[in-house]
Design a protein around this ligand. Structure first.
Ligand code: AN0
Ligand code: CP
Length: 315
C-alpha cells in the first residue's frame, strides 16, 4: 500500500484487521520499521484524537513526527492554480507540498470539506495535490469526502463487539448547530458495505449522501423503524449534500435517547467524537454501559498503526 485515502486502498480488509489487532497486542514489536523515518502531520483543521493517535502510532513504529498546524503556525496557503497571488496568502501549495515532501517519508493530511464548491470538495482537490506533488506516501487524516482512519477504528470496534457474524448496523443523522462535512458518514457507509454488514442509513429528507456512496442502498426515513433490532447505533451529524453545505434541520426529535435505544437489540452506541451532548445523544445514553465511544477512540491508535505499518513495509 502506498497511499491511504479510502477503504479501496486496502488490498485485503480481513488481513488489515488482523494487522490492527496484532499491533494492539504488540505495539512496540515493529519499532525497527520506522527507524530514522519521519512523518509530517499537516492540519488545515482542528483535531484531538487524530493528532494524538496518529502521532502515537508513528512513534510506536519508531518514527519521528513533526506537526504543522497550517492555519496557525504556517504561511496561509493558496490552493487554486492560475491565480494572481495579491491577497493574504503568501505561499502556494504547489511549492509547499514538495518542500514538505523533502523533509519526511510519510505525510498525514487533514483537510476538511470547505463547502465553497461541491465539485472541488468531491474531487479532493487538496488531498490529491499532496499525492501528486509530495513524492511520498500520503495518509488521509480526514479529507473532504472521507475519514478512513476513523472508519477503520469503527470497524475494529464492531468486529470485537458483535455477537452475530453479520450485525445490523444503523447510521443515524442527528442534529447539530453547525454545518459538518459528510466525510465521516460517507466513509462509514463505504467501510460497512465493504465489510458486508447489514447496514441501514436513516436521516431526514434532504440529507441524502452522495450517490457514489449510497448506490443500491435504500434510506429508511423513519428513525424508530431503523433502530428496531439494531446491534450498533452510529450517530453523526452532516450537512446536506444536495443543498450543498446547508443545515436543513435542527430537529431535536432526531437526538439519540434511551427510548430509541430501547427499540434496538441491546445496541452499542457509537460516535467518532467530538460529540455535542444532548444534541446528538443524551447524557443518559452516552454515559450508559452501551456507549463504546472511548473504545472507538482508543482503536484510532491501532488503525493508524496498522496503516502506517503497511505503508512502511512497502517503502
Ligand atoms: C468533524 C466532522 O464532522 O467531520 C470531525 C469529526 C471527526 N467534526 C466537527 O467539526 C465537530
Ligand atoms: N474522531 C476524530 O477524528 O477526532 P478529532 O477531530 O479530534 O481528530
Amino acid at each position: 500500500m502506498r497511499h491511504f485515502t479510502s477503504v479501496n486502498d486496502i488490498p485485503d480488509l480481513r488481513k488489515a484487521l488482523d494487522v490492527a489487532f496484532d499491533v494492539r497486542n504488540n505495539p512496540f514489536a515493529y519499532s525497527h520499521l520506522g527507524k530514522n523515518k519521519t512523518m509530517v502531520l499537516i492540519f488545515f483543521n482542528s483535531s484531538l484524537r487524530t493528532r494524538l493517535s496518529t502521532q502515537k502510532a508513528a512513534m510506536n513504529l519508531g518514527m519521528n513526527t513533526m506537526v504543522l498546524n497550517v492555519n496557525e503556525d504556517g504561511w496561509k496557503m493558496e490552493s487554486e492554480l492560475g491565480v494572481v497571488m495579491d491577497g493574504d496568502k503568501p505561499e502556494h501549495l504547489r511549492e509547499a507540498i514538495p518542500v514538505i515532501g523533502e523533509y519526511c517519508d510519510i505525510i498525514g493530511v487533514r483537510s476538511f470539506a470547505r463547502f465553497e464548491s461541491r465539485e472541488d470538495d468531491y474531487q479532493e482537490k487538496i488531498l490529491n495535490q499532496f499525492i501528486q506533488y509530495s513524492g511520498v506516501p500520503v495518509v488521509s487524516m480526514e479529507a473532504a469526502t472521507r475519514h478512513p482512519l476513523q472508519s477503520f477504528a469503527d470497524l475494529m470496534t464492531i468486529e470485537e463487539l458483535k455477537s452475530r457474524p453479520r450485525p445490523k448496523v444503523v447510521l443515524t443523522w442527528a442534529p447539530h448547530p453547525r454545518a459538518l462535512p459528510q466525510a465521516v458518514p460517507n466513509s462509514f457507509v463505504e467501510w460497512m458495505r465493504k465489510a458486508d454488514y447489514d447496514l441501514v442509513v436513516t436521516h431526514p429528507e434532504g440529507y441524502e449522501l452522495a450517490p457514489e456512496f449510497m448506490d443500491g442502498l435504500q434510506v429508511e426515513y423513519d428513525q424508530r423503524k431503523a433502530f428496531e433490532g439494531a446491534e450498533f447505533i452510529y450517530a453523526k451529524n452532516w450537512a446536506s449534500y444536495t443543498h450543498y453545505g446547508q443545515i436543513l434541520s435542527k430537529d431535536r426529535s432526531w437526538t439519540v435517547d434511551q427510548a430509541k435505544m430501547d427499540l434496538t437489540d441491546n445496541a452499542k452506541f457509537m460516535h467518532c467524537l467530538p460529540v455535542r451532548r444532548n444534541m446528538i445523544v443524551t447524557d443518559e445514553v452516552i454515559d450508559s454501559p452501551a456507549s463504546v465511544v472511548i473504545r472507538e477512540a482508543a482503536n484510532r491508535e491501532w488503525s493508524a498503526q496498522a496503516v502506517l505499518k503497511m505503508i512502511l513495509e512497502g517503502l
